[in-house]
Each structure stands twice: as C-alpha cells, then as structure tokens.
Design a protein around this ligand. Structure first.
Ligand code: ZN
Ligand code: ZN
Length: 443
C-alpha cells in the first residue's frame, strides 16, 4: 500500500502527531515519532493542495482528513466507550486520547519523586489500560501496520529520554538502580528502588553469636519472661552487627543477609573469614563510603566480629555465594571421648577419614530447617593430636556442608563413618572453629 494512502486511511480517526508517527516508527532513524507524524500529515496536506488543481473533490477530502474536519468524531464516538461530550471529542486522538500531552507533567512529577534517592541509572516502566492496548492492536491489524513501535515502548522511551536529559542520569534496561512505574492514563507514578549489595568477608572472634537474628521461641519476638522482654533468644547476631551500620549509612528500609554457609553459634570463624553479601532494600544512598562502613561495623562489633574487603556487589554475587556454600573448609575441633584413647587409635581414625567419603543424613538438630537427605561429603585430610587421655585436637579439611559435630558423634548412626564409630568410643566436640573457607567468592 502506498504510504500516503495508508496515512489518509488511518486519519479517518483523528490521530495526534505522536500516534501517527508511531505507526511508522521503524522507518528512518534519529527522528522522534511526533516529528514523523507531523511530516506525514504535512505531506498529505501538500498532496491535497496539489490535487485541488486537477481533482478538486479528492484534494478537499485529503485536506479535510489532515485537518480532522470530516466525520471522524462520529467514528471516535462509536469505538470509544468514553462518555465524553462532543466538544471534548473534537480532535481527540483516537489512540491515546491526548495522553501524550500529559507527558511533560508526568516527567516533572517523576523527577520530583526521584529527588530523595541517590542513583546513577534508572528505567521507566509503563503500564497501559487494557482497552488502550486492545484499541491499538485492533488499529494495527486493520491497517496492516508493520513498521510501528508499541505505545508502551514509545511512552517509556519518551519519558526516559526527557528525564535523562533534564537530570543527567542514564537509562539502564538491564540493571537500573531505580525504576519509575508510570501509568500515563491514570497518571499514577510508583518508584521502585532496587537493592544495593555490598559483599565482604567476616571473622567471628567470640562464641555465642548466631549468624541470623534469632527471636525468642516462646514469644516470637513480642517479649516475655523467658527472654527478659527482649524478644530475643540471642541478644546479637552477625546479620545485625553488619546490617545496622549498613542500614544507617545507606538509609535503607531493611537488609537481607546472605552468608556462604554458616557456622554454629558456638563456633568461631577465623582465617580470612566467611564470604557474605548484605542486601540493602530501598536505599536512599548508594554511593556510600565502604571504608567508613568497615570502620563503623568493626567499631560497633568491638572485637566480637570483624569485616573486611568490602566491595559493591550485585544479585549475581548472591547467587554465587549461595553456591559456594559447598566450597572447601578447614575446621579445628577439640574432641572429648568417653573413655581413654590411645595414640594408635587416633592414628586409625586419621587414616580412615583422610581422603574418604562420609555419608551424612541431615543432623537431627537442623531437621527443622533442612530437608532430610543423605549427603555424600568428601574429606580431603584429617589430623588428630592427643591432648590428654580422653581429649584430642582434630584438624580437618573437607567439603563444605559436612557437619563436623555429627562427624564426631555419629548422630546415632546418621553420619557414617564417624570418629565414634571408627574406634567404637563415644565422642563429642567440645569446641569447634572454622579456620578457613577456601575458594570463597569475591564480589
Ligand atoms: Zn495520540
Ligand atoms: Zn520471649
């Protein structure tokens, strides 16, 4: 179909320059849709004027179309369920109902709403009423439109371009700091702030601190006699010792803590530390000073925990850290036996464990939070040093996810083999430390 002929037919319904141009958006570059629409209408008008000399009637009909003085209101009224009056209907764009005129106002409202956030990239998301999308689809079908842009992309691109121009920030489609969700028809604006991620490694220097916040089991955090009205089973957690200073600096709403595995409450985390990512939800500040953050955390935690190598991270690092839970670990444990053990017996344990596979069914003590499965875990090396008749120090290098306390006790036969089963002597861990997390993730 001839281009001008198509434009002429489309204009049976009044179309604003934006909506006219959008139907041919893929023809030519570096031209905004409204300019494209304006040009097409001008071209049709010129054609109309030209025809006045040879075919007066045809010329007039073209001009009427361009200037929307024919029976188009009639068509609009038939298709639209919008009970607006005739005068309002006049020259109202059939596709957008003049919504493109509202864009400047929406842009300044979005800019205003973004003012309280620090960000370097953003994205504009657009929601359109169902009937608007349907009307445009029907229109495109009717005129076999094949070079158009969707109204959604058109609106979002236009608003994004104007915001970027006026505040000097970049549009980012893949990973924006902030998303402005706009419904130009209802004039709704919602700001969605994406999380900020900081990764690092932590050391736990004293016993008795859980990794996650732990509420009182009696009152679920409300406060009761059991917890002396603190609502807590444990007063502090690594999550909070790290999270509170982060939250304060980034002015976020809340945090989520992601550790590459976790140690028991009574276990130290030594060596170069355990990798973690802290996710700050709805931060107002993103360009936080990580040196200051490290200082603040370490000062608040005063020798209980210590963090280092803080860097900005992203969602992918969280995923990798979760996977790295199974990275290799080195533990040190003080083992106590229920009877005297000989150096020879300890040597037997050492040989049996080194380079072996352990079949470990989920320990009874973590069954409440982990599925009941039997896992195969590799031990790369084990060393035992006799400390006294009934005590020994165990140093073990193993695959992450192996529960060491159960490797020692046997957990009533759920871990096979175990220190206890190898020499048939009841045994338990009275102290456990993580000496190193190997192949940890850097953000
Ligand atoms: Zn329009
Ligand atoms: Zn309580």
């Amino acid at each position: 179909m001839d281009l001008l002929d198509q434009v002429f037919k489309m204009l049976a319904n009044p179309l604003c320059d934006h909506c006219m141009g959008r139907q041919f958006a893929l023809l030519g570059h570096d031209l905004e849709n409204d300019k494209r629409g304006e040009a097409l209408k001008s071209l049709l008008a010129l054609e109309g004027y030209n025809l006045l000399f040879s075919d007066l009637e045809k010329g007039l009909s073209l001009l009427k179309r361009v200037f929307a003085e024919d029976g188009s209101q009639e068509v609009t009224r038939q298709v639209s369920e919008d009970p607006t009056t005739d005068s309002e209907l006049e020259a109202r764009c059939f596709l957008c109902h003049e919504t493109f005129k509202e864009i400047d106002g929406i842009v300044s409202r979005v800019i205003n709403a973004l003012r309280e956030y620090e960000f370097s990239s953003f994205l504009v998301g657009v929601e359109l009423p169902f009937e608007v999308i349907e009307r445009e689809d029907e229109f495109k079908g009717r005129f076999r439109v094949s070079h158009s842009e969707s109204m959604k992309s058109h609106v979002s691109r236009l608003i994004g371009k104007q915001i970027a121009h006026s505040i000097g920030k970049k549009v980012n489609h893949r990973r924006p700091d902030i998303v402005a969700l706009v419904n130009p028809f209802l004039k709704n604006i919602t700001i969605q702030v994406n999380p900020l991620y900081v990764s690092g490694r932590y050391l736990k220097l004293i016993r008795g601190i859980p990794q996650s916040r732990w509420l009182c089991g009696e009152c679920q955090g409300n406060g009761c006699v059991t917890c002396s009205w603190t609502g807590r089973r444990y007063k502090e957690s690594i999550e909070e010792l790290i999270g509170l200073p982060v939250l304060r600096l980034a002015e976020g709403r809340e945090i989520a803590f992601h550790g590459s595995g976790r140690e028991d409450i009574d276990t130290l985390m030594l060596g170069s530390g355990r990798p973690f990512v802290v996710e700050i939800k709805e931060p107002k500040k993103r360009l936080i000073n990580l040196e200051k953050l490290e200082y603040d955390i370490n000062k608040l935690a005063e020798g209980k925990i210590e963090v280092g190598v803080l860097v900005f991270a992203d969602k992918d690092v969280v995923r990798r850290i979760k996977k790295a839970e199974a990275s290799r670990k080195i533990y040190n444990s003080i083992v106590e036996f229920q009877r005297d053990v000989t150096v020879k017996e300890l040597k037997r344990v050492e040989n049996a464990l080194s380079n072996s596979i352990i079949y470990q069914q989920t320990p009874r003590r973590v069954l409440h939070r982990r599925a009941d499965l039997t896992r195969e875990k590799h031990i790369y090396g084990a060393k035992l040093r006799r400390l006294s008749k009934r005590r020994a120090e165990l140093k073990i290098h193993c695959q992450g996810g192996l529960y060491i306390k159960e490797l020692i006790t046997g957990d009533e036969g759920r871990t096979k083999p175990s220190l206890a089963s190898i020499i048939d002597a009841e045994a338990k861990s009275i102290q456990l430390d993580v000496l190193e997390v190997i192949d940890g993730i850097r953000g």
